[in-house]
Design a protein around this ligand. Structure first.
Ligand code: ATP
Length: 202
């Protein structure tokens, strides 16, 4: 059977590190954030609808989206934020689905990294299994701060906007606990690679 594994987890949980390890085995890895970004890049499929709704004020003279201007409009306005999301999410869904259809699966399975898989239930239709990266919050905060120089308060704000650890675990088929060092994480991914390869065989 065709198997797409949805990889998700909170900020700094190790998604990119895990995705890179799957990719090192030759497993195709799609990145929902990158796909979403493309939709609003030059000539992106979301631009006409964004212009129709927010007008020229959120575009540069060159025709490129002025992300800062759009962010400013939706940042403090829940209704506008929701409007932008309902415009983007179906396009992201379709773009991921199209990418899946065009991707060969040499090991029988592929991975889609979808940070918001818990927050946006409809995206779960794109995958047959969900792999959740789980990290205790103090360690998660420490790793995010090490990487990005964010303050405790800034990290706490981001984490408060995301699903909780419990909510993520509730949708998991498989849980990878990222409490060890990088070599332990790689070993765990290597084992999952064997598992998903076996699972996807007819
Ligand atoms: P984001 O949601 O912000 O994109 P992410 O979930 O993709 O983050 P990574 O970028 O893979 O997470 O990891 C966050 C940071 O933590 C990186 O600097 C990474 O090297 C480090 N890290 C991840 N796992 C471990 C580990 N087991 N041991 C040590 N450092 C780790």
């Amino acid at each position: 059977m065709t198997l797409w594994v949805g990889l998700t987890g909170g900020i700094g949980s190790g998604k990119s590190t895990v995705a890179a390890r799957f990719a090192s085995h030759g497993v195709p890895v799609l990145d929902a954030d990158a796909i979403a970004h493309n939709l609003t890049a030059a000539n992106g499929a979301a631009l006409p609808a964004i212009r129709a709704h927010w007008g020229d004020a959120v575009f540069a003279a060159t025709g490129q989206l002025n992300r800062a201007a759009l962010r400013q409009r939706v940042f403090a306005d829940a209704t506008q934020k929701q409007q932008l999301e309902s415009l983007l999410h179906p396009l992201i869904f379709d773009a991921i689905q199209a990418a899946q259809q065009h991707t060969a699966l040499p090991h029988g399975y592929g991975v889609v990294e979808i940070p918001l898989l818990t927050e946006i239930p409809r995206f779960r239709q794109l995958v047959q299994r969900i792999l959740v990266l789980d990290v205790a919050e103090p360690l998660q905060i420490e790793r995010v701060k090490q990487r990005s120089q964010l303050s405790d308060a800034a990290v706490a704000t981001i984490m408060a906007q995301q699903a909780s650890r419990q909510q993520r675990l509730a949708i998991a088929d498989d849980v990878l606990t990222n409490h060890g060092d990088l070599s332990a994480l790689h070993t765990a991914v290597d084992q999952l690679h064997q598992y998903y390869t076996a699972l996807s065989q007819p």
